[in-house]
Structures are given as structure tokens and as C-alpha cells.
Design a protein around this ligand. Structure first.
Ligand code: NCD
Ligand code: ZN
Length: 294
């Protein structure tokens, strides 16, 4: 086989940046096979209001008129239930939660989920999705580091789902067998995204190799196997979110290289290659094109 045709893909987690970087990367989304994407709000300053989101969407549409952009707000203490309703009325897709300090531009991230009950109730009522970067911050006293930060977050996810069972939650960019098992075991309102790079990389690929460094970091071979297994079996609550996250080369190759792997312009070819190597190319279409929008 030398060609394969699948429906245009949805990317449920994408960083498109601002200014000069946005001008470079936004026009490349479609080249990667994506026609619709969920845009991350971790710009500087963050996308905090429906007004910010609509303005950002306008700028992206001007650069890539053939792509549909689904916008998100950054979960901040200023977000009110009223602002959630306004956002829903303006077509905002969801709210993104970054635990404080775990990744690029997460300085204004969440420290305590409990503080957001009213916001989550409003989101549940309005049908807005909660997109979660599921890691707890590193903490030497609690023996938390990048390798167990996702697993340590899973009890938080379980509690949140228990308290808001109708809230649509996406645990983003899962990297561990434990996260796969956890999401599978939760109810139909909880889903997960998987990136193209986490289907390919393990710790050895990023330790000492900044271009493969992203958050959450790629984990053990058995974790990668669990991700491969769940996408190859075609579980409908696991779908594509590339987390394509470009940084300038100088920032990737510096002493503290920024977290983020840039895959967007070659996204579907990367996936096709991985599925082919795993012997499940016939399952390729559902993961990027069917499950997420369903
Ligand atoms: C993202 C970025 O660069 O904005 N980096 C990353 O490693 N994925 C932020 C994020 O999604 O964690
Ligand atoms: Zn991201």
C-alpha cells in the first residue's frame, strides 16, 4: 500500500502560540491532516475570557481559514459561573486546567480544585468540557517527580468525576498504563487524549535529548505499550490530541530546554507510520477522526 485516505482529523489539544510563532505554525495545521482543533489557552497573558478567546480565534482564522478552531479558557481564580455561561453562549468549547508550575506557562495554574466547585457546576450545566493537564507538581517530601506525577494525579480525577459525574472531562496527553486503566474504569463522561509522540517515545528518548522533552514526560516501555494497546484496540474514549507545542530552537536547545514537542505539520503521517508498525493501520481512522467528536 502506498496511499491511505481517511477523513479529515480532529486534534483535541494543540498549541498555536501568538505573534510570529502563530504566523508560522497556524498555517501548518491543515498540512498535518487536521481540519478542526482545540486550541490551548496558555498564551502570555493566558486566554481568560470569552472575549479573549473570540479575538484569538479571529487571528487564527485569518491565518488558516480552512481550519475550525475550538477555543478554551484558562482556569483562573477570576473565572466565575457567569463567565462560564457567557463563554458557552459565545461557542467556547471548554476550560483548561493546568496544575500550578508543572509545564510551560503554567505559573497561573490551579492549586486547589476544591476552589472551583461553582465553576465546575456551571460548566456541567452548560456542557463545557474540562480539559486537564493531569500531573501534580514535583515535591521531594512527597516523593513526587516527573515519572510519577501523572499517576499521583489520578485520585484527584476520580474525586472530581465522583463529584461532577455529568461534567465532560478530558484527561489530556495520557502517558501511563495507570492513567489508561483509570480512564477506562471511569464513566462515559471521562475521556483521554493521546499524542502521536507518546505512542513513540520512552524515557530514554528524552533524557539528554531536549527535542523530545515535553510534559508530561514519556514514561516506561510498558506505559508506551499500554497507550499503543488502547489506541490499537480502538477504545472510543481515547482519541487524538497532539499537544503539538512549538518552541524556538534556541529555547529547546538551551540549558533548561522548554517542554514541548512540535508535531503538527506531520501529525497524520506520524500516526499512520506508528499504526502501520503496530499492524493496525486498518484502525487508523477512528482515533483521529471519529472518537473525539463523538
Ligand atoms: C506545552 C507548551 O509548550 O505549551 N508543553 C508541553 O510539554 N506539552 C504545555 C503543555 O501542554 O503542557
Ligand atoms: Zn499542551
Amino acid at each position: 500500500m502506498d496511499s491511505l485516505t481517511i477523513p479529515i482529523a480532529d486534534d483535541f489539544h494543540l498549541h498555536l502560540r501568538q505573534d510570529a510563532m502563530m504566523h508560522v505554525v497556524a498555517p501548518l495545521v491543515r498540512a498535518g491532516g487536521v481540519g478542526r482543533c482545540v486550541v490551548m489557552p496558555n498564551t502570555t497573558p493566558p486566554i481568560a475570557t470569552a472575549e479573549d478567546a473570540i479575538r484569538y480565534r479571529g487571528a487564527l482564522e485569518a491565518l488558516a481559514p480552512d481550519v475550525e478552531f475550538l477555543m478554551t479558557l484558562y482556569l483562573l481564580p477570576e473565572l466565575t459561573p457567569q463567565a462560564v455561561s457567557t463563554a458557552a453562549a459565545q461557542g467556547v468549547f471548554g476550560v483548561k486546567c493546568y496544575p500550578k508550575g508543572v509545564t510551560t506557562n503554567s505559573e497561573s495554574g490551579t492549586e486547589d480544585f476544591g476552589a472551583y466547585d461553582a465553576v465546575f457546576s456551571a460548566m456541567e450545566a452548560e456542557g463545557l468540557a474540562l480539559l486537564i493537564h493531569g500531573e501534580v507538581p514535583s515535591n521531594a517530601e512527597k516523593d513526587v517527580c516527573v515519572l510519577n506525577a501523572e499517576a499521583r494525579f489520578l485520585p484527584e480525577l476520580e474525586k472530581l468525576h465522583g463529584r461532577f459525574p455529568k461534567l465532560r472531562i478530558v484527561l489530556e496527553h495520557v502517558t501511563t498504563a495507570k492513567a489508561v486503566d483509570c480512564v477506562k474504569a471511569l464513566g462515559s463522561t471521562v475521556a483521554a487524549t493521546v499524542t502521536a509522540h507518546h505512542l513513540d517515545l520512552t524515557v530514554d528518548d528524552w533524557a539528554g535529548r531536549n527535542h523530545n522533552f515535553c510534559k508530561p514526560v514519556a514514561k516506561y516501555p510498558h506505559d508506551r505499550d499500554a497507550l499503543r494497546q488502547v489506541v490499537c484496540e480502538g477504545h472510543p474514549r481515547f482519541f487524538l490530541g497532539s499537544d503539538s507545542a512549538p518552541h524556538p530552537r534556541s529555547a529547546k536547545e538551551s540549558a533548561c530546554g522548554c517542554a514541548g514537542v512540535f508535531t503538527s505539520p506531520l501529525l497524520l503521517p506520524y500516526l499512520a507510520d506508528t499504526f502501520d508498525r503496530l499492524g493496525c493501520l486498518d484502525r487508523l481512522a477512528d482515533f483521529p477522526s471519529t472518537f473525539g467528536c463523538a
